[in-house]
Design a protein around this ligand. Structure first.
Ligand SMILES: Nc1c(NC[C@H](O)[C@H](O)[C@H](O)CO)[nH]c(=O)[nH]c1=O
Ligand SMILES: CC(=O)[C@@H](O)COP(=O)(O)O
Length: 164
């Protein structure tokens, strides 16, 4: 279903487990910072709204979306977070570089999910232009950061439920 048919910020709070005991890393790309900060604010506010403590949220910046993989790996290896939310915004330019950055970060985060026992959330906008990004960072299609936060909470809960 295209984002245009499903608002990124729509969720039933009754369906979301409490994040009270959960710790989160959020790695944020500095490219398109006006967009990625909006994504971060959405993710942070959504985590807090669902019970997370501000002390349990670690925010770190990386230069660009290609570096999200490394930043997420460092958080997984050097902290005790239960999940890492990766936030970036890649906007098509004049060259094929867009394709390589998007492929690199997608494959990188996918590999982290296979290599580490915690969830890494793909909160990366990959858009044709800035307006599409604005629309998905708190605009008419919601906020991908909200979606990332809910996804992180649900994945941590899913994993914990298997231990019980
Ligand atoms: N053009 C965008 C980039 N490019 C930079 C790369 O992500 C990377 O930092 C560089 O290639 C050095 O390794 N990054 C974005 O996040 N968004 C873009 O639109
Ligand atoms: C995704 C990118 O790296 C891209 O925005 C850079 O722009 P260009 O392809 O015009 O160099």
């Amino acid at each position: 279903m295209a984002t245009s048919l499903k608002n990124l910020s729509d969720y039933n709070i009754e369906d979301v487990p409490s994040a009270e005991s959960m710790k989160f890393g959020i790695v944020v790309s500095e490219w398109n910072t006006e967009i990625t900060e909006a994504l971060y604010n959405g993710a942070y506010d959504t985590l807090i709204k669902n019970g997370a403590s501000k002390e349990n949220i670690i925010k770190k910046y990386v230069p660009g979306s290609f570096e999200l993989t490394a930043g997420a790996k460092y958080l997984a290896e050097l902290t005790d977070v239960d999940a890492v939310i990766c936030l970036g915004c890649v906007i098509q330019g004049d060259t094929p570089h867009f394709d390589y950055v998007c492929s690199g970060v997608t494959q990188g985060i996918t590999q982290l999910n296979l290599q580490y026992p915690i969830p890494f959330i793909f909160g990366v906008l990959t858009t044709s232009d800035q307006q599409q990004a604005i629309d998905r960072a708190g605009g008419k299609h919601g906020n991908k950061g909200d979606e990332g936060a809910i996804t992180a909470i649900k994945m941590v809960h899913m994993k914990e439920s298997l231990k019980a």
